[in-house]
Design a protein around this ligand. Structure first.
Ligand SMILES: O=P(O)(O)OC[C@H]1O[C@H](OP(=O)(O)OP(=O)(O)O)[C@H](O)[C@@H]1O
Ligand SMILES: Nc1nc2[nH]cnc2c(=O)[nH]1
Length: 178
């Protein structure tokens, strides 16, 4: 285990199992709909890469970069679009793929914005859901794990851009970010 990690919350094996389950479910839900999976950079990259390989249906992908955190561990509430989608989503079935929903501020902004572009549907798939910290009324359509209120890293999630490459979800030691 990495020296900055206090505890492994979700193991590599647990992630693999849940992601495969979700991919199978999405393959049924989105059969014949050619969904557009939107990966929210950067944290959702490992989840997106693993999830789409478990979706055994035609699909397309695009990427967005938004930022509300910078290098902090709590959301500023201000969502900035750093990179927009490449193509129109009018009439498309959109699935936003996220690594974590915390305050919900990032996604509630994103969902409203994408709905405003006349998508046929806009749904959310998240690896992690941290409902205790929610500031807006938002719940994911698909979620792999519900986690307690702790700052987690790994499998895409960072602290100051580090730890994204850990294959598990871990809780960071307090002394690392204090
Ligand atoms: O529900 P919220 O409180 O809004 O938090 C969730 C957002 O925070 C993280 O992004 P971050 O801005 O850290 O960017 P990153 O994915 O590049 O690390 C995460 O990837 C979500 O997008
Ligand atoms: N790395 C990381 N980013 C987040 N963004 C919102 N919540 C979290 C969290 O617990 N960890």
């Amino acid at each position: 285990m990495h020296q900055d990690i206090k505890e492994i919350l979700i193991s590599e094996e647990q992630i693999k199992e849940k992601v495969a389950e979700l991919g199978k479910r999405l393959s049924e839900v989105y059969k014949d709909l050619n969904p557009l999976c939107i990966c929210v950079l950067k944290g959702a990259v490992p989840f997106m890469a693993d999830l789409i390989r478990k979706m055994e249906i035609p699909m397309e992908m695009d990427f967005m970069a938004v930022s509300s955190y910078g290098n902090a561990t709590t959301s500023s509430g201000v969502v900035r679009i750093l990179k927009d989608l490449e193509a129109s989503i009018e009439g498309r079935h959109v699935l936003i793929v996220e690594d974590i929903i915390d305050s919900g501020l990032t996604l509630s902004y994103l969902v409203e914005m994408l709905k405003g572009r006349n998508a046929a549907s806009v749904k959310i798939a998240t690896l992690l859901d941290k409902p205790d910290r929610r500031k807006v009324d938002l719940s994911p359509d698909y979620s792999c794990f519900t986690i307690p209120d702790a700052f987690v890293v790994g499998y895409g999630l960072d602290f100051a851009e580090k730890y994204r490459n850990l294959p598990y979800i871990g809780v960071l030691k307090e002394e690392v970010y204090q």
